[in-house]
Ligand binder design. Structure first.
Ligand code: ADP
Length: 268
């Protein structure tokens, strides 16, 4: 494990405190594995390794604790394991060994019924937006609530709230092809927020955007973080990472090689 910044001492202790819960042999309860201590941690990876079926080791012995309300950059060269880490957090992949906690839940021990609940507590934003082309901005966001059975009367107020937050109220009736890249990414961020997630994970959210628009998207993610949501962002954007002086976790060959607050000086 790499040395963690001093300000993480409290949360690290909290992560230790959840270990007895994780090691309990009880089957999952209806309420999952949430504990009072675990609620203080958005994300915790404990000695996590991921080996793909072809033998490729994408992550090796990764320890990472992200307290509620943190803003963390994940950086590293292509192939370092950033996407694999994100896939573990949304249970797209399972770890080969080690434990992954997200929003107080051990992702490996989630029942089938708990998986949608996990995905509602984690909003995800991708580089290529992944909007539905035949739906308006409003409907792209509303759809995320419709598929989870949210009553219609709640949908309108929730969608209006997040569109206002991302500055797209006036564009609600537009279709993705009528939007700029930045507006499409704002729509995707609104969709990620509409369930009021505890964590937003952004995988290269500025990868397709020019520098000015990238800054706007980063400012929006910072604002969301200020409102209390944990943000974890994988990026190659050295300029942004250096300027913001936030926590930076650097991966290389699947290992955490640095975890500290401040910029990074290596071009990835
Ligand atoms: P990054 O997002 O930092 O570019 P990835 O997590 O995509 O890194 O990849 C880490 C390593 O795992 C790379 O060597 C990649 O080729 C390998 N890898 C990723 N996905 C798979 C997969 N589904 N099967 C086999 N190897 C994979």
């Amino acid at each position: 494990m790499t040395t963690s910044p001093p300000r993480l001492a409290g949360p690290l202790e909290a992560a230790t405190a959840i270990r007895p819960e994780r090691e309990a042999v009880d089957p999952p309860t209806a309420e999952g594995h949430e504990t009072r201590d675990a609620r203080r941690i958005s994300i915790a990876l404990d000695d996590v390794s991921k080996v793909y079926p072809n033998g490729r080791r994408a992550l090796a012995d990764v320890d990472l604790v992200v307290p509620d309300g943190d803003f963390v950059f994940i950086v590293g060269p292509s192939g370092a394991g950033k996407s694999t880490l994100i896939k573990l957090l949304i249970r797209d992949e399972l770890p080969t060994s080690g434990t992954v906690f997200v929003a107080g839940r051990d992702v490996r021990r989630l029942s089938r019924r708990d998986v949608p609940r996990l995905r509602r507590s984690v909003g995800i934003v991708f580089q290529d937006y992944k909007l539905l082309p035949n739906k308006s901005v409003y409907d792209n966001v509303a759809f995320a609530l419709e598929v989870t059975g949210t009553p219609g009367r709640q949908i309108r107020s929730a969608v209006d709230r997040v569109l206002s937050l991302v500055g797209l109220t006036a564009a609600a009736g537009q279709f993705p092809s009528q939007l700029s890249g930045g507006e499409q990414q704002r729509t995707a961020i609104a969709r990620a927020l509409v369930h009021e997630p505890r964590v937003v994970i952004a995988d290269e959210p500025t990868g397709n955007l020019d520098p000015l628009i990238s800054w706007e998207i980063i400012q929006l993610l910072l604002r969301i973080n200020e409102l209390g949501t944990t943000v974890l962002m994988a990026t190659h954007n050295a300029e942004v990472v250096t300027a913001l002086r936030r926590r930076v976790v650097a991966l290389e060959d699947g290992r955490v090689v640095r975890d500290e607050v401040g910029g990074y000086h290596r071009e990835y």
